[in-house]
Design a protein around this ligand. Structure first.
Ligand code: RUQ
Ligand code: CUA
Length: 619
């Protein structure tokens, strides 16, 4: 199908109308409060399916991106209860994140980012429960350790990657976590005017290498591209292992009002990148050094990158569990386009090209596509079930379509309230999806909850996909602003209960209150501190104005959830120290006076008594 400009604009018009409709939809909280019915009604069945009795546990963890909150939200599924918030790019006083020396250094002065796509680490294409990666638009990737649900590393900003939206996507054995730039920019620091965008601005696709033992991230390779806006990505798996796919819009290389200027062409592209070849080419020294990164020019590395034409400004690209199909979601169309990996390989072998973009061959559309599936208007993202079914979110139709791989038949639709973006099926982007549950991550929630003023919460809707027909089970709400989420079987994770004392090798740790206290070396002061129910030792200490003070706090508890805080409002910090953990905070004592500190985490009946004073003596 070719979509003309007119019909695309018409679809965009429909989107506007639907948005308006959603906003005007009368909310009827009274009626809603009274609906219900007998024990066999749909509502009762849905209630039973989502009800987790007190003390019982959920079957899945849902890791949901927190958008521009810079955090990740963790839910239990099917209850949809919010379990915890994991700060990644944003200071979070509730857990002391961004206040102690280590996490403050990790944030490096940044106080926010925009997280869209979580990526669980994989082994053989399946979630392995080790790490969770999260992209930051600023060109960073955060790594959360699922042993303790804490952010352990922030990589970046990666050189040359401008606007890291198409990220974080991991390869099937967590060899790489991928990045790509949404806002092309001149490479190097040249302030080249936007009028030279089409020729002087470049996009970048980057592979960040993951150390298989430690999870440590380091830049692997970069590929420069024409100034397209790279949007989403997915790694090939099984049949297509070794390849990476990225969608783009703005193949027009336009600037200004992209809404108009970047919607002129009937087709944009999905890039197919042979990441093993990229790795090899960098190893052979084929990259040019730009801003400290080795960057490949795909025109000079034949075979590293191809372009598949895909309907107008495609959004999500998703690879089927067997790796045979690459599904491009053409957000301004009524279809998703399914490409066949084998046909792509044949077309590459036969040089079945229709042209090139800056030396990158364009494969012939008719030779590589298998189907255009009429899913409905505004397809954005696709997830998979265990039984050959695919589920595509439809932003404009505000629905999820269920369709069959191979026969391309659309078999069911369920409405979403309202305007769904991403969707997430249980392990739905692995080589072995679970089915069972699907969550629609909606952009609007208007009228489906108690009003909280002009800014409405974000809405996630739980859908039962265990049967032939999809069934809406539950509405859940959260803070801004989930984009993508991933759902992993709960029994794949084994979080620790405490930090074992034997594993604490912190040089400033003290495990006995007798060893707590202050040591001075010139104007460097170290205060070794012990927190345990219900005293902070020392209960007071004195420093001099101008001293550089490090308070090193060890929580010597070995009981789960016995956290202690160390808050000092006068110097604007709050630390939270988990059982067995040592944290430090370093600051310049630049204000004289008496400053109280106290435990911020309720820990015992004598929690209120956990307090002390720092005296800063004027010179
Ligand atoms: S995007 S609504 Cu930022 Cu993942 Cu598709
Ligand atoms: Cu320790 Cu409250």
């Amino acid at each position: 199908m070719t979509t003309t400009n007119k019909s695309a604009l018409a679809f965009a018009g429909v989107a506007v109308v639907l948005f308006a409709a959603a906003h005007c939809a009368p909310s009827a909280p009274k009626e809603r409060a009274h609906r219900g019915g007998g024990a066999t009604s749909d509502v009762a069945i849905a209630a039973q399916k989502t009800y987790i009795a007190p003390g019982d546990l959920d079957e899945y963890y849902l890791f949901s991106s927190g958008g521009h909150s810079g955090q990740m939200y963790v839910f239990g599924v099917p209850s949809m209860r919010h379990l915890v918030t994991i700060p990644v790019f944003t200071p979070y006083p509730a857990t002391g994140y961004g206040f102690d020396d280590d996490t403050r250094a990790m944030l490096a002065g940044h106080s926010w980012d925009d997280v869209h796509h979580p990526a669980l680490s994989e082994t053989a294409g399946d979630y392995d429960g080790r790490w969770l990666f999260a992209n930051g638009i600023s060109g960073r990737i955060g790594r959360i350790d699922l042993r303790d649900f804490k952010t352990k590393e922030i990589y970046g900003p990666a050189p040359n990657v401008s606007g890291n939206h198409a990220s974080a996507f991991v390869t099937p054995n967590s060899e790489y976590v991928m990045m790509a730039s949404r806002f092309s920019a001149p490479l190097g620091d040249a302030a080249i005017p936007v009028s030279e965008y089409a020729t002087k601005y470049k996009g970048i696709i980057a592979g960040v290498k993951i150390d298989p033992k430690s999870g440590h991230m380091s830049l692997g390779w970069e590929i420069q591209t024409p100034p397209f806006d790279w949007d989403l990505g997915d790694a090939g798996k099984k049949a297509s292992d070794g390849w990476m796919f990225f969608t783009c819009y703005n193949s027009e290389r336009a600037t200004g009002k992209l809404e108009v200027t970047a919607s002129q062409r009937d087709r944009d592209y999905i890039a197919a990148v042979d990441w093993r070849l990229a790795e090899k080419a960098i190893g052979e020294g084929k990259g040019a050094e730009i801003n400290g990164a080795k960057v490949l020019d795909p025109a000079k590395v034949p075979g590293v990158m191809y372009l598949l034409p895909c309907g107008k400004s495609p959004h999500g690209v998703d690879v089927s569990p067997d790796g045979k199909y690459i599904v491009g979601n053409g957000k301004l169309q009524g279809v998703t386009t399914v490409f066949n990996f084998e046909k792509i390989q044949t077309a590459i072998r036969n040089k079945d090209f229709t042209g090139d973009e800056d030396g990158i061959p364009i494969l012939k559309y008719e030779s590589v596509k298998d189907a255009e599936v009429p899913v409905g208007l505004g397809p954005l993202h696709t997830q998979f079930g265990p039984d050959g079914y695919a589920y595509t979110s439809l932003f404009v139709d505000s629905a999820i379509a269920k369709w069959k791989l191979g026969t391309w038949e659309v078999v069911d639709k369920v409405p979403m309230s309202y305007s769904i973006g991403h969707l997430c099926a249980a392990e739905g982007d692995t080589v072995s999806p679970d089915g069972k549950y699907l969550i629609g991550l909606n952009k609007l929630s208007h009228g489906r909850h108690l009003s909280v003023g002009p800014s409405q919460p974000e809405s996630s809707q739980l859908v039962d996909i265990s049967g032939e027909k999809m069934k809406l089970l539950y509405d859940a709400f959260t803070e801004p602003e989930p984009h993508y989420a991933q759902m992993i079987k709960a029994d794949k994770l084994h979080p620790i209960e405490v930090y074992p004392k034997e594993e604490n090798h912190h040089p400033l740790a003290v495990w006995d209150v007798k060893d707590a206290g202050l040591t001075r070396n010139g104007d460097r002061v170290i205060v070794k501190t012990v927190v345990v129910r219900s005293t902070i030792t020392p209960t007071q200490f004195e420093v001099k104005l101008g001293d550089t003070v490090t308070i090193a706090i060890t929580n010597i508890e070995q009981t789960t959830d016995e956290l202690h805080g160390f808050g000092m409002p006068g110097y604007n910090f709050n630390l939270v120290i988990d059982p067995g953990e040592t944290k430090t905070v370093t600051f310049k004592a630049d204000k004289p006076g008496v400053f109280y500190y106290y435990c911020t985490n309720f820990c015992s009946a004598l929690h209120q008594e956990m307090q002390g004073y720092m005296i800063v003596k004027p010179k």
